[in-house]
Design a protein around this ligand. Structure first.
Ligand SMILES: Cc1cc2nc3c(=O)[nH]c(=O)nc-3n(C[C@H](O)[C@H](O)[C@H](O)COP(=O)(O)OP(=O)(O)OC[C@H]3O[C@@H](n4cnc5c(N)ncnc54)[C@H](O)[C@@H]3O)c2cc1C
Length: 449
């Protein structure tokens, strides 16, 4: 194994191959603190040639190569649990924007915030937005097909992709970086790599669509009694407002944690059983129309409305959830998709299951209501209760849902993939994996067991 580090040092230079535990430690644990690993070293290539060289060395020595972007993933996909080399993309930078085509070409290590800061200079932005924007990289967003808060209007990361550059597990560099809006000349590598969680190739650069930054936005934070009520409000809002771009839900448990962590006063009196947040974006938003809509809807218990910069104050309640949950424990994060009509029954089922069989476990449930994405966060899960995750995933399958809405399978859900993907389906995915990464060096243990 010392030979591997030596070979990397010869290719990268001594300073670029990091073995100092003070520096490597932050690459060895995932964001939630649930997954921990060890690595021979961390390498931080600055171009795709270096990535290709690292893949060659990993292949020649049969050493696992774990790609890591901002390390904000929530299913342990970027943690070197089986040892090996961690390849950090953080120095794969560079952003080039074509305003005519509204296309950005950028290094995989550019963070979402960096992309938006640059795009804003020309009145544009990336359509997908996630709370981890300061650290999450565009390469990581592509590898996990990140969803985020605007999916109902613009789609997820896959829908924004116009090109990709990647070093496959077999060492081949594929560059499809023309950034064309239309290109039907064969297999689409962007789609194949998107959501592959670092198991097929190391993404080194991407070309993505950009959209206009709207002049105005209006946000309403709404207290409701039930999730069915929240869904009725969402249905009506979708009919009423063409420029609805976010519909999020929260429950009392989560709001309580945010309140405890941030000592902020909830703006609507008592904490309600559920809260709904809706956002409209456009150049001509009439705030009065939103106020009239909220006043006329019988499921609205109470509501606060804010526009433009002040809207962040209302988003605060939703955006602080992930941080607050992590502050109060090491969560099991079951990010699932449920057909929207079944969300209410699913959430009731989970609450009753915990009450009856796992009284010590605390569930914090929130998510993207508009696309059926329910984040079930379980706190105080002991080792003896690990079967709880599987029980909930089995219920998700019985509702016709998916065990991963946006974070991927990672290491956390490998044992449950068979619940929602057929044997033929999984076998075909394995065939693809073996074709592109024949020595199985890329992210072993992620996605497949
Ligand atoms: C506070 C918070 C809020 C979040 N909100 C959302 C949300 O709303 N929606 C959502 O979808 N996710 C969300 N996430 C999860 C996470 O931010 C996303 O999954 C993000 O896309 C991961 O990007 P990253 O650069 O941090 O990737 P990492 O965590 O470093 O890696 C994630 C996976 O992608 C692989 N990978 C990373 N970069 C590359 C690359 N260049 N080539 C190949 N494989 C690669 C890794 O091997 C790993 O399997 C949130 C996380 C946090 C902490």
């Amino acid at each position: 194994m010392a030979d591997v580090v030596e070979a990397l040092r010869r290719s990268f230079g001594v300073g670029s191959v990091v073995t100092d535990p003070d520096i490597t430690s932050r690459y060895l644990t995932d964001w939630t603190g649930r997954f921990k690993g060890e690595a021979l070293c961390v390498i931080r290539p600055v171009n795709s040639w270096q990535v290709q060289r690292a893949v060659e060395i990993a292949n020649a020595s049969h050493t696992p190569l774990i790609t890591q972007g901002g390390n904000t993933g929530l299913v342990g996909g970027g943690t070197p649990v089986r040892g090996g080399i961690v390849l950090s993309t953080q120095f794969l930078k560079g952003i080039d924007i074509d305003v005519n085509s509204r296309v950005a070409k950028l290094g995989a290590g550019v963070t979402l915030s960096e992309l938006n800061t640059k795009a804003k200079e020309v009145g544009l932005r990336f359509a997908v937005d996630i709370t981890s924007r300061e650290s999450a990289t565009v390469g990581g967003m592509v590898a996990t097909n990140a969803g985020g808060i605007h999916l109902i209007r613009y789609g997820g990361t896959r829908q924004q992709l116009l090109g990709i550059e990647t070093v496959l597990g077999n060492g081949q560099l594929i560059a499809r970086m023309e950034g064309l809006h239309k290109d039907n000349s064969g297999y689409d590598w962007s789609s194949i790599l998107c959501g592959s969680e670092g198991t097929l190739g190391v993404i080194t650069a991407v070309a993505v669509k950009l959209i206009s930054v709207p002049l105005h936005r209006s946000v309403a934070l709404i207290a409701v009694d039930t999730l069915s009520g929240a869904i009725r409000i969402m249905r009506a809002a979708r009919r009423e407002f063409a420029n609805l771009d976010a519909v999020e839900f929260m429950s009392r448990n989560g709001l309580e944690l945010v309140q405890r962590l941030r000592t902020e006063k909830w703006p609507l009196g008592e904490l309600p059983p559920y809260a709904l947040l809706i956002e409209l974006e456009g150049d001509d938003i009439e705030v009065e129309d939103v106020a009239v809509f909220l006043e006329s809807h019988e499921d609205v218990l109470d509501a606060a409305l804010a526009s433009d910069a002040r809207a962040d104050g209302l988003w605060f309640w939703r955006e602080q959830h992930t941080v607050a949950i992590n502050h109060f424990g090491v969560p099991h994060k079951l990010d699932v998709s449920i057909p929207i009509g079944g969300i209410d029954s699913f959430v009731r089922y989970v609450s009753e299951l915990l009450e009856l069989e796992y009284p010590n476990v605390r569930a914090v449930i929130f998510g993207h209501l508009g696309d059926g994405n329910v984040h079930v966060n379980l706190l105080n899960v002991e080792e003896s209760n690990e079967e709880l995750d599987h029980e909930i995933f089995a219920t998700v399958a019985s509702f016709g849902g998916s065990i991963s809405a946006e974070h991927g399978i990672g290491r956390a859900k490998v044992d449950d993939l068979t619940l929602t993907r057929s044997p033929q389906d999984i076998e075909s995915m394995r065939t693809l994996k073996k074709a592109l990464d024949p020595a199985l060096i890329l992210n072993p243990g992620v996605l497949f067991n």
